[in-house]
Design a protein around this ligand. Structure first.
Ligand code: DSN
Length: 426
């Protein structure tokens, strides 16, 4: 990253805060599963003059003049996105994952339609029908969850999904999660949806980069290559390692409805600087090296899960197939809750978030779990050995509520991060 020199001369207050944040990112461990270190090229596109341009509409169909260049930028992003996800259709305008989901609902549903989605406290997302979110207020969401008992404890409960689908006859089944560490195969879900005449939306916000890397199946298609999910929404800044933002890919027949829902249905002027940065990120993800990155992200998550298990933690569902893992703290220390663990780790330079675990007896504000992700650490070049070190640092901090240990670990973390800085020339 580069220092904001001009900004420093114009607005030292903001420049100082940016520099402090850069320092924080360089000297502490970033284990938040939805974060990553984007490339300098993505950063430069995000900070470009494209931010000056209004471009309501779509390439060749704009409501303002002067969009000759911007049209090429957005077309490039669309084409690269389609190539990356082998998608017949793409829309690169959604400002965020929540907007992408809102647009998909607007395109596919009428208010009060029945929708099935994953429980928020078992891995789902606010936009999957939470009562405090527009989704839960406008549509009739019913939630499926994970299995409470063996076999496959804490794995997606497809029997429950099928039963609820038969009872509720939903118009849409939403799959995908923010805190679920197992691959969700699209085949059985397509089957359930077909049995009840529902559409399928796969929310790939977290796993988009893994799909692009080929380490997670592309939900647009079944394993036989037939139509899988009807629509896939995803964010561009998590495992995909692009700018903050989102996109939608889908089958061609839904394209017009989705375009209309994004604009004018939901958003105004697209953020063309972010769209240019998405184009850069899609090109980076099309490089063979990205497949290797995806493989290393998952390998690191597995090594971290195993190492934490050896330290006495229980990993929800018994492990991970993706970039994240959910740690149940109760086996390690029944009195330790997620909020205290997150605070203690924060003081030690280890940044992560508390998270409810399935069937959590504690509230969402307190929780019994932590969610850890390896996407950002893997971008810095950390590998198996560092994952084992991270597990032992986490264990040391959580074993004692002692400020001196936090300070000691904070120094060790800073040393480790010095050897693995976010790549500035990638
Ligand atoms: N903030 C995202 C995450 O951390 O998973 C969800 O919106």
């Amino acid at each position: 990253m580069s220092s904001p020199e001009w900004l420093r001369s114009q607005d030292p207050e903001v420049a100082r805060l940016i520099e402090e944040e850069e320092q924080r990112q360089r000297s502490t461990l970033q284990l938040i599963a939805s974060e990553n270190f984007t490339s300098r090229a993505v950063m430069e596109a995000t900070g470009s003059v494209l931010t000056n341009k209004y471009a309501e509409g779509y390439p060749s169909r704009r409501y303002y003049g002067g969009n000759q260049i911007v049209d090429q930028v957005e077309t490039l992003a669309i084409e690269r996105c389609k190539r990356l996800f082998k998608a017949p259709y793409a829309n690169v305008q959604p400002h965020a994952g929540a907007n992408a989901n809102a647009a998909a609902y607007l395109a596919l549903l009428e208010p009060r339609d029945a929708v099935l989605a994953m429980r928020l406290d078992q891995g789902g997302h606010l936009t999957h029908g939470s009562p405090v979110n527009f989704s839960g207020q406008i549509y009739e969401f019913v939630s499926y969850g994970v299995r409470e008992t063996d076999p496959n404890r804490e794995w997606l409960d497809l029997d429950q999904m099928r039963q609820l689908a038969k009872e509720q006859r939903p118009k849409l089944i939403v799959v995908g999660a923010t805190a679920y560490s197992r691959i969700i195969e699209i085949d059985p879900i397509r089957e359930i949806a077909d049995e009840v005449g529902a559409l399928v939306l796969f929310d790939a916000a977290h796993v988009a980069g893994l799909i692009a890397a080929g380490v997670y199946p592309n939900p647009l298609f079944t394993s036989a290559g037939d139509r899988g999910a009807d629509v896939v929404t995803f964010t561009t800044h998590k495992t995909l390692r692009g700018p903050r933002g989102a996109a939608i890919v889908a089958h061609e027949d839904l394209g017009k409805r989705l375009d209309k829902a994004v604009f004018p249905g939901l958003q105004g002027g697209p953020l063309e600087h972010a769209i240019a940065a998405k184009a850069v990120a899609f090109a980076e993800a099309l490089e063979p090296s990205f497949a290797d990155y995806g493989r290393r992200v998952v390998e690191n998550a597995r090594v971290l899960a195993d190492a934490l298990t050896s330290e006495g933690f229980r990993i929800v569902s018994g492990g991970t197939d993706v970039h994240l893992l959910l740690v149940d703290l109760r086996d390690f220390d029944p009195d330790l809750d997620g909020r205290s663990a997150q605070d203690r780790l924060d003081r030690s330079g280890i940044t992560c978030n508390r998270n409810q675990i399935p069937f959590d007896p504690r509230s969402p504000f307190v929780t019994s779990g932590l969610r850890l992700g390896t996407a950002a650490m893997t971008t810095t070049g950390m590998a198996r050995d560092q994952m084992k070190t991270v597990a032992s640092l986490i264990s040391r901090v959580l074993r004692t509520d002692d400020g001196a240990t936090c300070d000691e670990v904070r120094h060790e973390v800073a040393d480790l991060c010095r050897s693995f800085p976010p790549p500035s020339e990638r």
